[in-house]
Design a protein around this ligand. Structure first.
Ligand code: FAD
Length: 286
């Protein structure tokens, strides 16, 4: 299949170019997903627009108590960024583990979120951080919580003429976090299960704690019962054990080609244990 790609270097140019275009529309960012699908002949006839050089959707800024990451920012720029390390450690860890060096150099956070894959590795981290996805079109801007962006496997609330412009992450003083995943091998494997935790611990009690899980449902999901155990009981051996037990009962993964439901359930407890200890640097002392 031969395709023609229109390169746009500004948002007005993009929105003018897509006006009246019949979907589907492909927005080429890093191309790491699109090129694989194109080669496998899995892309329907579509109009293609290269958005990788639009400055307004690139880069990382801190604005009004929010960490804002442009959708076309590659993983290589995200994971070592000082503000991401400070305010979104779980996301830094997820971004540093996506694919190999070539994928991280080209692949973007917007491309990772866009199609609502439940296995996209940044999603659990973004869910744990309470992130919003910012959508932009010629009609205006709107924001949706990351957990409300995907409606089901590869179905999302995004309209064809909307792009993801950025993600916004609330800044919370003292936040710590970690991201863990299991795949068939250490790199270049789709996760069987991924889990992220972000939390603020003050004198033994959590003032903020969220757990995000990937590859255990059709969309990214939280673990509200395990969160409640930790939020109510604080950081101690008993609540850690109880949260790691309860998370296994509150998720309902499926068997698929990558793993079994039983394995995913058991590993959710192991990953939660590892993520919490890695976030706080040590096991609880009492
Ligand atoms: C070898 C290999 C290893 C991989 N490993 C991992 C991994 O470990 N973890 C993981 O999560 N993923 C992995 N991926 C998948 C992929 O690299 C990521 O999902 C990446 O983030 C996609 O971003 P991109 O910029 O390359 O997207 P593109 O390929 O440019 O686009 C992907 C899709 O998103 C849409 N899109 C892109 N940007 C926007 C936007 N701003 N607004 C609206 N729509 C948009 C496009 O229309 C297209 O449908 C891997 C891929 C390969 C080929």
């Amino acid at each position: 299949m031969s395709i023609s790609i229109q390169r746009c270097t500004s948002l007005p140019e993009l929105f003018q170019a897509i006006e009246g275009i019949k979907p589907p529309i492909m927005y080429l960012a890093g191309g790491t997903d699109l090129m694989v699908l194109l080669k496998a002949n899995l892309i329907p006839d579509s109009a293609w627009f290269d958005i990788s050089d639009i400055p307004d959707i690139k880069g990382i800024t801190v604005k009004d108590d929010m960490l804002v990451i442009g959708a076309a920012t590659p993983f290589d720029e995200i994971y070592p960024d000082a503000n991401v390390l400070k305010w979104a450690k779980a996301l830094s860890e997820a971004a540093s583990n996506v694919g190999g060096p070539q994928i991280r150099a080209r692949g973007t956070i917007g491309g990772n979120i866009a199609n609502g894959s439940p296995a996209a590795d940044t999603l659990p981290a973004l869910a744990s951080l309470g992130a919003q996805v910012n959508l932009l079109s010629a009609r205006g801007e709107r924001s949706v919580p990351i957990e409300g962006y995907a409606l089901g496997n590869r179905r999302t609330v995004r309209e064809a003429d909307e792009i993801i412009s950025s993600v916004s992450i609330p800044i919370r003083a003292g936040i710590k976090g970690a991201w863990k995943a299991l795949g068939a091998r250490k790199a270049l494997a789709i996760s069987k299960i991924s889990l992220a935790v972000s939390a603020v611990l003050e004198q033994g009690s959590f003032s903020y704690l969220r757990i995000g899980l990937g590859s255990v449902a059709a969309t990214v999901r939280r673990a509200p019962q395990a969160e409640e155990v930790l939020l109510n009981g604080g950081w101690n051996r008993e609540t850690l054990e109880e949260a790691c037990r309860i998370i296994q009962t509150e998720i309902s993964p499926i068997d698929d080609i990558r793993s079994t439901a039983e394995y995913r359930k058991a590993m959710s407890g192991v990953l939660l244990h590892d993520a919490l200890i890695s976030a706080f640097g040590e096991a609880p002392t009492r």
